[in-house]
Design a protein around this ligand. Structure first.
Ligand code: APR
Length: 260
């Protein structure tokens, strides 16, 4: 089922969905680049603009690219870090903070590396692709000493001398095991699975939606582009998450407006 929400019109949700969300005991949420779009953070592909337009993400976000030209890769990440530092969480991030307060259990998994969920106030965020604000060293994964980067570009690890790199998952690298296992477990057991702002193109994370569906969960997709998912066995809420998520919460818990 696809629920369209023309711009400016109030969003109306199917009442079975509102009832299910209100009664849900365990909600699993997976977010992707789209939830940060309204904070002005370009999605991965949109980030290849200006100086970086001549590169493909695959030419910058791989271990091979870093080995070939560590300075170029480091500078691209420095540019993206500046965008992230200037960005602010948007109503979509904030709605998920509130959702966690409304349901007995909510697990939040993100493919984003921008840390905006945490800055909005979400706790225990499981970062499947790492975090761009952290560094670790290329050879041994030593974490950076906070606030004391060496002068070189990229800086060097104080412990082993190898280059520092952003603590993110690059193409061809494995996802962190603990986070991935927690995501499988959560998707398989939840009673409502909410996928927000992700194209579902990147495995193995994309399979979480199917896992949730096979486990009997109601699957809800929030995306302005309804074509990325087939509407079969899912509820597609078509629109930007900064608008859809606050509206969904307002309709599910109307009394919250009057609560202190
Ligand atoms: N609200 C919700 N969704 C949105 C919004 C919005 N305001 N704006 C765009 N979107 C949707 C797009 O329609 C698209 O389906 O967000 C999705 C973003 O897709 P991707 O750029 O593929 O991001 P994501 O799914 O997070 O990609 C996963 O792939 O490129 C790698 O490592 C990168 O973490 C990234 C991963």
């Amino acid at each position: 089922m696809t629920v369209e929400s023309p711009k400016e019109a109030p969003v109306k949700f199917p009442s079975p969905l509102v009832r299910e969300l209100r009664g849900a005991r365990h909600v699993a949420v997976l977010t992707g680049a789209g939830i940060s779009a309204e904070s002005g953070i370009p999605t991965f592909r949109d980030a290849m603009t200006g100086l970086w337009a001549k590169f493909r993400p695959e030419d910058l976000a791989t271990p091979e690219a870093f080995r070939r030209d560590p300075r170029r890769v480091w500078e691209w990440y420095e540019w993206r870090r500046e965008l992230v530092a200037r960005a602010r969480p948007n109503p979509g991030h904030l709605a998920l903070v509130e959702l966690a307060r409304r349901v007995p259990r909510m697990d939040l998994f993100t493919q984003n590396v921008d840390g905006l969920h945490q800055r909005a106030g979400s706790r225990d965020v499981l970062e499947l692709h790492g975090n761009i604000t952290r560094d670790r060293c290329f050879d041994n994964d030593h974490p950076a000493d906070p606030g004391s980067r060496s002068e070189e570009t990229p800086p060097r690890c104080r412990r082993c001398g190898s280059f520092m790199r952003p603590d993110v998952v690059w193409f061809g690298e494995r996802l962190p095991e603990r986070e991935l296992e927690a995501a499988w477990e959560s998707a398989a057991r939840c009673d409502l699975f909410l996928s927000v702002g992700t194209s579902g193109a990147v495995q193995p994370v994309a399979s979480l939606v199917d896992l949730a569906r096979h486990g009997g969960a109601t699957v809800v997709i929030v995306n302005p582009d309804a074509s990325v998912f087939s509407a079969r066995d899912r509820i597609v809420l078509q629109g930007p998450s900064g608008r859809i998520l606050p509206a969904l919460l307002a309709e599910t818990w109307p009394e919250r407006r009057s609560s202190p």
